[in-house]
Ligand binder design. Structure first.
Ligand SMILES: [Zn+2]
Length: 220
């Protein structure tokens, strides 16, 4: 074999190697992008539960009309008033404009039969969660007795509502907190008395999202 031929073969080899290297590098790049895209996907519950909107009259005791600019959490409460309905509790909040008894309200109240009443628009603050009113959505839950345990209907709607809100505000499961976690108040009582049931609730919300959620790109 002549020297010229040898050197031509070497050049061909080098060119083949360069193309092969480009191929390997671009394959890796595509795979990394693919893996990243997979990691960026999360599930979101797009279907809201059925909600009856009965907004309170704007007043300084229960619907101050202050804007809720950013939502960083969802706070779960119980009414601490066994056997009362969502409608009863909504009427109590509405009545504060005349009674001036206290400052209290909630974005949502879930009845023992599962009906969800919305009292405050999501663009406004509720008076529910002390120094987290400015950046959280409040959910009050009715309960049949002194233990504060929720009925199955209340629980199921709370799971759905929470799952939907997490998607609406691009929040994570640990952004769901008890009133107790804000102020130390024993609310919602059953989930304060039974912390393992609180963890179970959060895992039920995650399961709901996994089962009923649609895949979306993170932060889209
Ligand atoms: Zn509370």
């Amino acid at each position: 074999m002549s020297g010229r031929r040898k050197s031509r073969t070497r050049w061909v080899d080098i060119i083949i190697c360069i193309f092969a290297a480009i191929g390997v590098v671009s394959t890796i790049a595509v795979s990394v992008r693919g893996i990243r895209a997979l990691l960026d996907v999360k599930k979101v519950v797009t279907e809201a539960p059925q909600i009856t909107e009965e907004l309170l009259t704007v007043n300084e005791y229960s619907r101050p009309g202050k804007s809720l600019d950013e939502v960083h959490g969802i706070v779960v409460h119980y009414t601490a008033n066994p056997g009362t309905s969502a409608e009863n509790n909504r009427s109590y909040f509405e009545g504060l404009k005349d009674s001036h008894d206290t400052y209290a309200s909630s974005h949502y109240i879930i009845d023992i039969d599962g009906e969800i009443i919305q009292c405050i628009p999501l663009t406004e603050q509720a008076y529910a969660s002390n120094d987290r009113n400015y950046d959280t959505i409040a959910i009050e839950c009715c309960h049949p007795d002194e233990t504060g345990v929720f009925s199955k209907d209340t629980y199921d709607e709370l799971v759905h509502l929470t799952a939907w809100l997490l998607g609406q505000y691009d929040l994570e499961i640990d952004d769901v907190i008890r009133h107790y976690d804000v102020s130390g108040k024993p609310c919602p009582k059953y989930f304060v008395d039974h912390p393992e049931k609180w963890e179970e609730f959060k895992s039920d919300v995650e399961k709901y999202i996994d089962t009923h959620g649609e895949k979306v790109r993170k932060h889209d």
